[in-house]
Design a protein around this ligand. Structure first.
Ligand code: ADP
Ligand code: TRP
Length: 356
């Protein structure tokens, strides 16, 4: 039998999982576990880059673990682990950083965005790139952009490369990080004249990466955006959030262009509802008979069909510390086995060799 391709992905432990995490990542994890050699982890070291409260960080690791399991990741099929349980990752992060440029890290969109936030610069401020860079390295303020934030892509590349993963199911927002991972893999292989690392690619069943929009009419649903539908939202809360989603005054003439906030609702519907339901509402928009209230009601019901079983399972799982412990202990063992092998190879290739 052919060896299965290795799949690896992780989610930062920064809060409960939302629909963006679900469609961008988690739902794919569940669908991939039968056909691939899957490893799914909780990126607690990455969560440190935004300096969480220690007790909260620990609680978040646990809740994401429970949500992974409640969504259907089966620890008998896939390896589930916590990033910090694999110390080999931290060592290889140091080694790989020697081949990563600070310029290329500073130019990544996620870094610029988070650095801006750390310095208290709003996105709509007219601060140009140069002035942001000056503020990052300058002494103009007592605010700091921590070095962990800058080297975030190195750590993510190590997560992937240390397991020699081929496929990395992530949402659209992570594609730049994946591109950097490929670049670092190629660079390492070329520099040392080896073929150690495969170049990993994103994976999506629909063929293109998903971006789940927010309910506030804005770009993406995100934990730090405050515009999320959480998988564990109670029915009432969830319905209320959907009913409050931003729309517009409605189409006045047939076949009007669709505004961004309304298009966002259609996008959510395309992910959750049956194709004929989406068509029905698209047609109603086109002939101006649409009532946004109806669309939202339908959308809320269809989202609930996805989230309710997960919400119902999560409580019991969370209460079972013994089971949670067993899952991640088993996962860490498997993850470390592969990681320590790769780390040994990397150390040897780079000339870090023992005398004894
Ligand atoms: P967040 O962006 O909410 O802080 P993470 O950065 O931990 O969440 O993302 C974990 C995974 O979920 C990644 O694969 C990411 O691409 C995906 N993801 C997060 N938000 C979205 C979204 N709005 N649309 C699609 N995928 C998303
Ligand atoms: N950076 C990812 C995110 O914010 C999380 C992550 C860390 C990850 N390491 C990874 C995803 C390795 C895939 C593979 O969503």
């Amino acid at each position: 039998m052919d060896k299965k391709e290795i799949v690896l992905s992780g989610i930062r432990s920064t809060g409960n999982l939302h629909l963006g995490n679900y469609y961008g990542a988690l739902s794919k994890f569940v669908r991939m576990q039968d056909d691939y050699d899957c490893m799914f982890f909780i990126a607690d070291l990455h969560a440190l880059t935004t300096q969480p409260d220690p007790a909260q960080l620990h609680a978040n690791v646990k809740s994401i673990l429970a949500e992974y399991l409640a969504a259907g990741i089966d620890p008998e099929k896939a390896t589930i682990f916590v990033q910090s349980d694999v110390p080999e990752i931290s060592e290889m992060y140091l080694l790989l950083n020697m081949h990563v440029g600070i310029g290329e890290l500073m130019r990544t969109a996620a870094f610029k965005d988070k650095a801006r936030k750390a310095l208290g610069i709003k996105t709509d401020d007219s601060a140009d790139e140069e002035s942001i860079e000056r503020q990052i390295i300058g002494t103009e303020t007592n605010k700091r952009v921590n070095a962990g934030l800058l080297t975030y892509p190195t750590l993510m590349a190590v997560d992937i490369l240390i397991q020699k993963a081929n496929k990395v199911p992530v949402g659209k927002d992570q594609e730049q990080h994946l591109e950097l991972t490929r670049r670092f893999a190629r660079r390492f292989n070329n520099y040392y004249g080896v073929e150690l690392f495969p170049e990993p690619t994103n994976f999506d069943f629909g063929g293109h990466a998903v971006k789940v929009p927010g309910l506030d009419g804005s770009g993406k649903m995100g934990k730090s955006e405050g515009n999320c539908i959480y998988l564990i939202d109670e029915e009432k809360v969830l319905r209320k959030k959907v009913m409050r989603a931003v729309t517009d005054e409605g189409p006045k003439v047939p076949n009007s262009p669709v505004s961004q906030p309304v298009e966002n609702l259609f996008s959510l519907m395309e992910l959750t509802s049956a194709p004929e339901v989406v068509k029905q509402y698209r047609d109603a928009y086109a002939d101006c008979s649409i009532r946004y209230g109806d669309l939202k009601k339908q959308l809320a019901e269809d989202i609930l069909k996805v989230t309710t079983p997960i919400r119902q399972r999560v409580g019991d799982i969370l209460a079972n510390d013994e089971y949670l412990g067993r899952v991640v202990r088993m996962g860490a063992e498997k993850a470390r086995e592969r990681a320590s092998k790769t780390l040994e190879e990397v150390r040897h290739i780079m000339g870090i060799r023992r005398f004894y």
